[in-house]
Design a protein around this ligand. Structure first.
Ligand code: MIC
Length: 656
């Protein structure tokens, strides 16, 4: 029987299990991607694991998130990462070189390979025909140590694309259409595979936009075929030798089917405060805006900046609007300048930022209170922009640029009435490649003598004890559906500098949701949190598990969990349980005490964990969906102790 692209990628890397939806599988990992905000922890984990040199084909570390240098913390982290790359044999992308996803695609991604990354937008590399999965830092560290990635085999969701995008509509509107149809949980347990004749009309960078934001649907990853368009992309990047065709067989089938006729799409917008809150731009047109923000990992193409430049060329942006231009890579910026397209942007009033994540992650460019900010970034969770009362709308570069001109949310198709033609884009013949700030790994012998350079803010990982057989824990917090890791462990310029310091970053856990939680947790010690559906959606940051664990979090009971966060909880020894009967969500409140007994035994049996609420309270049944591997982690106090125990027993067996 014919295979689709996802099946081919998994089949060629399968080391454990059978690839049937719902079964546990292990896959070999060829490449890893880490960024600075999660990478410092990964390097500390490699140190804790005693790794000598990475065992992947290629590992790359990017410095793109923590670029603001308002004190010594972030620059100290940059130096630490550089030293760790030299020590462990990792590529190092210097601060200012660009966002990991864009640079990786341009310089290092290879069709047919697998990759894990400590960033939820790692699937962007699916645009090249890679199987790229976002996971917590610890799983990236394990992959760097040569371990396979363990996941539950997802369903493959085939999305057939037909037709061609109309003028003024672009790739962002395709992924917004998927979010409009399926909301933020629609992709859970699935790999999205795009196929069909419409693909011929989407460039590799357009596909990057769509694959990147597949993370917002909760999908395990997104894949595109490595076809002629990918060949053209790699040739332009002077990497023709890296091309390998990976396409679905003619008779390939999919577990789930969907189709989108590109020619029927119109400009869309995700309203505050969820990427799933999508409506046509025309429904919200006319609202005054404060900011139009173009670029970031979710619209990283040279094309995206070029069309914005063409739209504003020879015009002036509205005087109430901050037009922020955020190039995703230094290479894009160089090409934009070389094409003469930087001048129109600057002349029109654009504020140009360095290549990196910047305002997307609340590192600068925060909008004014409550004032609409139109962004081409991937997420608009509350407060993520850095402004507590923010109002972020996710749009295409066309919609952002059009609105920058008018000062109000504008359907870009309306620019036609002002005599503005749809912007055209073609890559220049003298397209430039820039690798000046991408440093290759040191050879083995030289690497061995390198020392890790740790500034005073870099603290080793705390140790956590194993899960006891009996827990009596008060519920310190109850939250609703779709709580994101941005709410659990915020980012932003105040918090991100503490990503390599767990005791310090713990002060910020849930602080935008409940300012009293941290103090109550410090006073109480062991405790539980109750959540709704899709608990922990969004980013891969394992700090959203490690920091609460440091504060004493032992159990999270939720209606359901997002994939990456659920694994991060297990990795650091926090028990993730669900309600056997979702109605019991109402039976468990803040202040209740949860009694769990005979836990070790209960976890070794599938499914049920009886729980008593309060001293004489009712018994409710909780459930777990932990794999035997995850149960081992919990019983050992997390994945690091499991790995260490294995190293010790391998050494005792004579290193076999
Ligand atoms: C994000 O877009 O939320 C981030 C910041 O890139 C995160 C990683 C992080 O929190 O460091 C992600 O997507 O995983």
């Amino acid at each position: 029987m014919g295979m689709n692209v996802a099946q081919k990628l998994i089949d060629s890397h399968l080391v454990e299990g059978r690839p049937e939806p719902g079964s546990g599988i292990g896959i070999r990992v060829d490449q890893t991607l880490t960024q600075d905000a999660t990478g410092t922890m990964v390097m500390l984990e490699l140190e804790a694991m005693g790794l000598d040199r990475v065992r992947t084909e290629l590992s790359a570390q990017y410095v793109d998130h923590n670029l603001l240098q308002t004190d010594e913390r972030n620059p100290d982290d940059h130096l630490f990462l550089r030293s760790a790359c030299r020590r462990f044999g990792v590529w190092y992308s210097q601060p200012g070189n660009g966002v990991s996803h864009a640079v990786h695609m341009q310089r290092l991604g290879v069709p047919g390979k697998t990759m894990v990354g400590s960033d939820s937008h790692t699937p962007a590399a699916g645009s090249l025909g890679m199987l790229a999965i976002g996971v917590g830092g610890l799983e990236v560290a394990m992959a760097m140590a040569g371990e396979p990635l363990h996941i539950t085999m997802p369903q493959v969701w085939g999305v057939e694309l037909t037709g061609e995008l109309p003028a003024w509509v672009s790739a962002k509107d395709v992924i917004l259409e998927m979010l409009r149809r399926h909301d933020v949980g629609g992709g859970v347990g699935r790999i999205i595979e795009y196929h069909g004749p419409g693909l011929a009309n989407l460039t590799a960078m357009d596909r990057h936009v769509i694959a990147n934001m597949g993370a917002e649907l909760g999908a395990t990853t997104t894949v595109f075929p490595a076809d002629e368009e990918v060949r053209r992309f790699l040739e332009r990047e002077r990497r023709a030798e890296d091309y390998l065709e990976v396409i679905a067989d003619e008779d390939a089938t999919y577990d789930v089917h969907e189709s989108i006729d590109l020619s029927t799409l119109e400009p869309l917008v995700a309203k505050p405060t969820s990427p799933g809150n999508v409506v046509p731009v025309r429904e919200v047109a006319g609202r005054e805006i404060y900011q139009a923000y173009i670029g970031s990992s979710a619209n990283p193409g040279l094309r995206d900046l070029a069309v914005a430049a063409r739209i504003v060329e020879g015009r002036r942006t509205s005087d109430g609007v901050s037009l922020d231009v955020n190039p995703a890579s230094r290479q894009d910026l160089e090409n934009l300048a070389n094409m003469g397209l930087l001048t129109p942007l600057l002349h029109a009033g654009a504020r140009l930022h360095q290549a990196g994540c910047n305002g997307c992650i609340g590192m600068g460019q925060a909008p004014a209170t409550g004032r609409p900010s139109l962004r081409t970034t991937p997420r608009n969770f509350p407060g993520r922009s850095g402004t507590r009362e923010d109002a972020v709308y996710l749009v295409s570069p066309e919609t952002a640029a059009a609105s920058a001109l008018t000062g109000v949310i504008t359907d870009p198709r309306d620019l036609g009435e002002q005599g503005i033609d749809p912007p055209a884009f073609a890559y220049p013949d003298d397209y430039r490649v820039n690798e000046q700030m991408l440093v290759p790994p040191l050879p083995g012998d030289a690497a061995k003598t390198e020392q890790l350079v740790k500034g005073p803010n870099i603290k080793s990982l705390p140790d956590f004890e194993p899960l006891p057989d009996r827990l009596e824990v008060p519920v310190l917090l109850k939250v609703g559906d779709n709580v994101s890791t941005d709410e659990i462990m915020p980012a932003g310029q105040k918090v991100l500098p503490f990503r390599s310091n767990i005791p310090a970053i713990s002060d910020f856990v849930y602080y935008q949701v409940d300012e009293t939680y941290v103090q109550r947790a410090r006073e109480t010690g062991d405790h539980a949190i109750v959540g709704g559906d899709n608990y922990g959606q969004g980013s891969s940051r394992e700090h959203a598990a490690i920091a609460p664990r440091h504060l004493g979090l032992r159990v999270v009971v939720a209606k359901s969990f997002a994939r990456i966060h659920r694994q991060n909880l297990a990795n650091f020894g926090i028990l993730a349980l669900t309600f056997a009967d979702p109605a019991d969500f109402d039976a468990l409140d803040r202040g209740d005490v949860l009694h769990l007994e005979g836990l070790h035994d209960a976890l070794c049996r599938p499914a049920e964990v009886p729980a008593r609420v309060g001293p004489d309270g009712a018994t409710i049944t909780l459930a777990h969906a932990l794999s035997p591997r995850q149960v081992d982690m919990l019983l050992a106090g997390g994945l690091i102790p499991v790995f260490k125990q294995r190293l010790t027993s391998t050494a005792a067996d004579g290193g076999s």
